[in-house]
Design a protein around this ligand. Structure first.
Ligand code: ATP
Ligand code: MG
Ligand code: MG
Ligand code: MG
Length: 563
């Protein structure tokens, strides 16, 4: 490809509203263009990267026998009413009406649609197990779309769904899917961790998230320094901390703040320490507010204590709390809480003297709502957060808290959808039984941003080879004046293309500095510079994107060198 025929939309300016580096670089390199909040166009350069992710995902899905389908983005409301999610899902679900006033939604996920397909098409255990996947556009009306395609409203997801006669079959597919995910992220050269995650308000037994490690990640995960244990911090349990040999050095190694245990949070509030207190409901001037005591938010804990002591607020009684939030006592995650409610309680908390509203909502995985002092001990009393240096539950080594970007999620769903939507098969005894289901997602467009978070320098993106939009940049110096340079660039462009090395020839009449800066910004892994001076010695200059120096290659050896 020639740059004169493949215009670049690069820019030197750092976009004002882009907070994280991947968002800045995706805009500056001209991979995406913003249309509106959480809505992005993939430009030709960016689309090549997105397609590369898709290709790897598709190959690994096909390899484990998953069957590709393409489902409609727009879904009839009736299906969601059947599963019960039309009511439950909250405002993240974009609801639409057609000209006949029939209700639809733009799919944020496809459990209902696939369950409907399978209940129509599959009737016997002999047709099971089966796994379908698609790579398709989703819409979620995220309360705070940000970080570009990282948390967009419209985004590309690979979603897969498997159907089984029994749990053992589900587990086999789940393992195959887990392995496929690991291969996908390995092939994309990403530094990732599979972490145990809670199954949330959805229920089910097992769920794991795949996180790309990056400081800008919205999730906190506990990773063992010694074994391969890794879990969502809200799920992780821990043993007593092992004795530390070098406390000072260990402290320096941990830039992330400690995460307070739930018991400690309870203690700070003077509540029974064996109770789980992730949030409390208080009344200020008779007005209720939920205070979220998430993770490491010590400031809010201290404020809560002093406000309680000063009588500015008092703990709500269970009935008051329930009336205030509309949420019954028990385990509720913020994802299960209607968004209006979290906004409403935030506003109320902000109205109470001494309180800031919880702006770190992205960090919450679980809110255990404890309705005042008399709350019964929740079933999952072992659920507690962990902090750096605490003992790993698996090997008693010490845990480290890291930040992660959730790029994938695998899930054993059980019979939730097949029961509510009546998706049954005949088993070998002739009985109608609900199918057992699994679901598996990858944020295909988010992967592109996550890869940039891990692979960049001050000059721009450094693509891992499997993601790169082009493999080799050819920069010709003064080709419009020098026939020799032009001819050699043209020859190499053709030869590299024929060898499948995807060259991008910067054939513009621009200054060399401009071309170098652009090729570095857009992150092409290999760069060849063709100049009269090099050619007079029969060489071209080669430099790897992350290498500090260049070297000279004989012209005739270039293709072989890069292959
Ligand atoms: P998050 O916790 O980041 O909101 P999620 O748990 O709601 O994600 P899932 O329902 O598990 O998302 O969807 C599967 C995958 O889709 C996620 O692992 C993530 O990679 C991707 N994804 C989810 N929401 C978005 C979004 N708003 N923008 C881009 N990718 C997303
Ligand atoms: Mg979400
Ligand atoms: Mg999540
Ligand atoms: Mg998820």
């Amino acid at each position: 490809m020639r740059v004169t025929g493949f215009p670049l939309f690069t820019s030197r300016e750092i976009p004002a509203d882009a907070e994280i580096i991947s968002h800045q670089l995706m805009l500056r390199a001209g991979l995406i263009a913003r249309l509106g909040a959480g809505l992005y166009t993939w430009l030709p350069l960016g689309l090549r990267v997105l397609r590369n992710v898709e290709r790897v995902v598709r190959e690994e899905m096909d390899r484990i026998g998953s069957l590709e389908v393409l489902m409609p983005a727009v879904q009839p409301a009736e299906l969601w009413q059947e599963s019960g999610r039309w009511e439950q899902y909250g405002p993240e679900l974009l609801r639409l009406k057609d000209r006949h006033a029939r209700e639809f939604c733009f799919g944020p996920t496809h459990e209902e649609v696939i369950t409907d397909l399978v209940r129509r098409e599959i009737h016997s255990y002999r047709q099971l197990p089966v796994t379908y996947y698609q790579i398709q556009t989703k819409f979620r009306d995220e309360i705070r779309p940000r970080f570009g395609v990282m948390r967009a409203r419209e985004f590309l997801m690979k979603d897969a769904y498997s159907f089984h006669l029994d749990q053992a079959s589900l587990e086999a597919t789940y393992r195959a899917m887990h392995a496929a995910y690991s291969r996908i992220f390995q092939r994309l050269n990403l530094d990732f961790r599979a972490v145990r995650a809670d199954t949330g308000a959805i229920g089910g037994s097992v769920s794991e998230e795949f996180h790309v490690l990056a400081d800008s990640g919205e999730d906190a995960i506990a990773v063992c320094r010694h074994c391969n244990y890794a879990a969502n911090t809200e799920l992780a349990q821990s043993r007593p901390a092992p004795p530390r040999q070098e406390p000072q050095r260990a402290a320096q190694e941990q830039p992330t703040p400690d995460i307070r245990t739930v018991a400690e949070q309870a203690q700070m509030l003077g509540l029974t320490p064996d109770r789980i207190v992730k949030s409390i409901v208080v009344l200020a001037d008779g007005k209720p507010a939920v205070l979220f005591l998430a993770g490491d938010d010590e400031l809010n804990l201290t404020k809560a204590r002093s406000a309680l002591d000063a009588g500015e607020v008092r703990l709500a009684e269970p009935e008051e709390a329930q009336a205030a939030t509309g949420v019954p006592r028990g385990f509720i995650g913020p994802k299960g809480l209607p968004e209006e409610l979290t906004v409403r309680v935030d506003e109320r908390a902000a109205a109470i003297p001494n309180f800031s509203s919880g702006s770190n909502r992205q960090d919450w995985h679980w809110i255990d709502l404890n309705w005042g002092r008399d709350a019964a001990l929740p079933e999952r009393a072992d659920l507690r957060t962990v902090r750096s240096g605490e003992g790993c539950p698996s090997c008693a080594g010490s845990l480290q808290i890291k930040r992660g970007i959730e790029v994938g999620h695998v899930f054993q769903l059980g019979a939730k959808y097949s029961e509510s939507m009546d998706a049954r098969v005949l088993n070998e005894h002739g009985d109608q039984v609900p199918m057992i289901m699994g679901c598996y997602g990858i944020g295909v467009s988010r992967v592109v941003a996550a890869a940039i978070e891990q692979n960049h320098d001050e000059r721009g993106i450094i693509w891992p080879t499997p993601l790169a939009p082009f493999q080799v940049a050819i920069v010709s110096i003064n080709a419009h004046r020098s026939e020799a340079v032009h001819n050699e660039a043209e020859r190499l462009h053709e030869a590299l293309g024929a060898a499948g090395l995807e060259p991008l020839w910067d054939d513009r009449e621009a200054r060399p500095g401009v071309k170098f800066a652009d090729m570095e910004l857009i992150g092409i892994p290999h760069r060849l510079v063709i100049s009269d001076r090099g050619l007079s010695a029969g060489t071209v200059e080669y430099r790897g994107r992350s290498e500090p120096t260049s070297r000279h290659l004989p012209c005739e050896r270039v293709v072989e060198f890069l292959r």
